[in-house]
Design a protein around this ligand. Sequence first.
Ligand code: FES
Ligand code: FES
Length: 206
Amino acid sequence: MSQDPNARSGPGFNRRDFIKGSGAAIAATAAVTAAQEAIAQDAPAKISTAGPHKVTLQVNGKTHELMLEPRVVLLDALRNDLNLTSCKEVCDRSACGACTVLIDGKPIYACTRLAIECQGQKIETTESLANGDGVDVVIDKFVEHDGMQCGFCTPGFAMAVRGFCNMHPKASKEDCRKGLGGNICRCGTYDGVLNAAYEAAQKGGA
Ligand code: FES
Ligand code: FES
C-alpha cells in the first residue's frame, strides 16, 4: 500500500513541513547575510584604528594636545606625556586611590580611565593645589595634622579630600571618614588625614 509522503501520522514533522521549514531557514539566513554585508560596508567609516589620535586634555587650567593611542589611560598620559608625576601608579586596578585626580571637581581613579574619554572635561592633579605663592587649604591642613607619610598615597589622598570638600562642604567627621573610603594608606596615617579633611571641609569647596 502506497503512503502519502505528506501525511502526518503523529505530532512530528511530515516532509512538507520539513521543506517549508527549510525554506524559511534559508530565507532567514539570506536576510542575516544581507544585513551582515550591509554592516560590513558601513564598517570602515565607524572603526577607529589603534594608532595615535589627537587627544585634547584640559589639565590644571591649561589645554594640551597630545597624540595618544586610544588604549592609553589618563594616569599614563598625565605622568608620561605631561610630566605631572604627583598621581601615582600603585595597584593599577581601582583599589588604592594613589592615582586619584579630579574630573569636573569629582575624584576618579586615573589608572582605569581612558585619556581619550576625558576630552572636554576639567582635569585637576595634585599640582593644582599649589597656586602661585600659596597652597590650597587641604595642603595646609595635611601639614597641620601630619596627614602624610609616604609620597605614594599622600597626593591621591589630597585630591580625594579636595574632591570630597567640593562636593560636601561642612561635612561631619563621620561623613569625611566614609567619603575617604576609596583611598588606602598602608602606614596608617588615617587619623591625620581625617582631621585634615574635616577641617578643610569646614572651609567649603574650592
Ligand atoms: S593606582 Fe589607581 S587606584 Fe590604585
Ligand atoms: S601615606 Fe603611603 S602608606 Fe601611608
